[in-house]
Design a protein around this ligand. Sequence first.
Ligand code: AMP
Length: 290
Amino acid sequence: MKVVKEISSMQEISDYYRCTGKKIALVPTMGFLHEGHTSLMLNARERAGIVITSIFVNPTQFGKGEDFGKYPRDFLRDSHICEKAGVDFIFYPEVDEMYKGNALTAITVNKISDKLEGSFRPGHFTGVATVVTKLLNITKPHTIHLGSKDAQQNVVLKKMISDLNIDTELVVCPTIREDNGLAMSSRNTYLTSEQKEDAASLYFILKEGKRMITEDKISDTNIVKSKAAEILSNSSPDIQLQYYEITDNEELEPISDLGKFSGEIVISLAAKCGTTRLIDNIIFEHNSIS
Ligand code: AMP
């Protein structure tokens, strides 16, 4: 495994492997890797001859007052994890290498980027879409492997890839969870062990939402949403729900009456556990009753 810090070297390496007919897979990350990231690397390993993991804490996707400065970083530990997962190259640029001062271009996927996470984190998805475009141009992958954990990010990037005719296939892999159901996240390191136990309620209310829709056949989503909020405030009063929304998985449009809806449903939530902000979701198929 090699560590590449320069954009021009990474581009040359990718050009070389493309010329030799090898398939290239990219797993973009912000580092402080866990089993969720490993699952993406193993999935990429199965699909491609060359696996590149990028490790870059991207400043432009953090808002003012967010945790860019304190975001956990441990490159040595990350590089061992990548090596064990069979990664060929880690692309590990400095901020100055990625943003050389005078960039005037940004990518915004309108409408979808303003919903859910976007309403709490203005500009976040422009930062994400722009850095992912740069990473695609630098690593030139045939496939990009992303986790279902960040459902809105996946919807935004899928639309961007389609709208801009980017020749990379997006592969979404399942969310990896702790034994208690808490979705693995680099930010879980901010949580105390009591908070980690408490935060398991978040996955519980997602599963309850799905159960109410698929088993109890409740089609009024306001009923599902208020029941989920009530369960959480009873079981985990220290957790503050920021949103719990039921949408389609194409444009993240809220659905009020499920009776008329067919397709993939996403229930997404964000919540604050102490000072730590957590997101999670559950995705499932739904057929209209008419
Ligand atoms: P991050 O390092 O948090 O920016 O995440 C990098 C990639 O890993 C994104 O595609 C995430 O969706 C994915 N990811 C993060 N957590 C998980 C998880 N628990 N299971 C599966 N994929 C994940």
